[in-house]
Ligand binder design. Structure first.
Ligand code: AMP
Length: 306
């Protein structure tokens, strides 16, 4: 089954304590779509400007990412620049230029409206809702968000949460949205705001998944020695998660499938950070994904292996 992905398509400048690169392909939807495409066909929704490389449309085509929903507007593509501190976990936005994003109103092609699985990658919650408004009863809606919207668009975000099946956010955002110090209380608290499931990402410390009652799952992160660029890890996690669900959910969404989706999301995110921009994901193979999945399995086994 296909996944509809909406979010930002961007040209980024990223500075880590070691390196700086500019004019990188980025944006929440670019990472999420590529992540999801390893498991299922993708229908992409976004906007780009005249400066956006035509080659990317060709790449999407090769990867079964349908770009009919990507508008080409007159002007420049959305630009973002960020700088990471030494722990590669904290990041400051150095500049942001909305450009063609400023007047963006997503309009879904007719062929997209029936999609069962939806990933609302990080953009303003009002735009995420606008996409949902145009869809005919999706089966499962995944949403990602960020601190900016928790602080500046809280009413829109609260309204959106009531329409979402799974919310993905990072640990500091989970604390911010609930005003809880405990992540366990935060995860359970967010469920009360609407989403049936909540996934909290903890960067290099893995991820937590909350479901109904005592449904709880915790997974570590892959022990990488070299992280080159953490940008997009969260979006890739969300993409891998949603793509895996679309490919594997049969009748009902079970907690067992959700647990595996967390692992596949983590596997993809661990590859994403190995290089700047989308470069590692572009070269990634299914065999590499399968090998790392097995590593995750071995690393989290605690009974004696026979
Ligand atoms: P992540 O590292 O997962 O938070 O995502 C990084 C990507 O999000 C970058 O490629 C940026 O282009 C994009 N981004 C940054 N700020 C925003 C924003 N306010 N709205 C949408 N996308 C953004």
């Amino acid at each position: 089954m296909s996944v509809l992905v909406v979010g930002s398509i961007a040209i980024d400048t990223v500075k880590t304590p070691i390196e700086e690169h500019s004019n990188l392909l980025g944006g929440s939807a670019s990472y999420a779509a590529l992540g999801a495409s390893f498991f299922s066909p993708v229908r992409l929704v976004g906007v780009v400007g005249n400066d956006f490389p035509e080659s990317e449309f060709q790449f999407w085509k090769e990867r079964k990412i349908d770009s009919e929903g990507v508008q080409r507007a007159n002007g420049k593509t959305f630009r973002w620049s960020g700088e990471y501190s030494w722990d590669l976990n904290t990041r400051e936005t150095r500049s942001i230029a909305l450009n063609v994003f400023e007047n963006f109103k997503p309009v879904l092609p007719e062929s997209y409206r029936q999609t069962d699985f939806v990933l609302l990658a990080n953009i303003a919650p009002s735009l995420q809702a606008h996409v949902l408004d145009q869809m005919a009863r999706p089966r499962f809606v995944v949403a990602d968000t960020m601190d900016l919207w928790i602080a500046s668009a809280r009413a829109d975000l609260d309204a959106l949460l009531r329409r979402v099946n799974l919310l993905i956010l990072n640990d500091s955002e989970a604390r911010e949205i609930t005003k809880e110090t405990s992540l366990i209380k935060a995860g359970r608290g967010i469920r009360k705001m609407g989403p049936e499931y909540v996934a909290i990402k903890k960067g290099e410390h893995g991820a937590l998944l909350f479901g109904d009652g005592d449904q709880f799952f915790s997974c570590g992160a892959y022990p990488l020695e070299d992280i080159h660029d953490p940008t997009g890890a969260g979006d890739t996690f969300a993409g891998g998660f949603a793509g895996y669900l679309a490919a594997h959910v049969q009748e009902d969404v079970t907690f067992d499938v959700m647990r595996k989706a967390v692992i596949y999301g983590s596997v993809l995110a661990s590859f994403c950070v190995e290089a700047f921009s989308l470069e590692r994901l572009r070269k990634l193979t299914h065999d590499e994904i399968a090998d790392r999945y097995q590593m995750f399995k071995m690393m989290s086994q605690f009974e004696v292996l026979t």
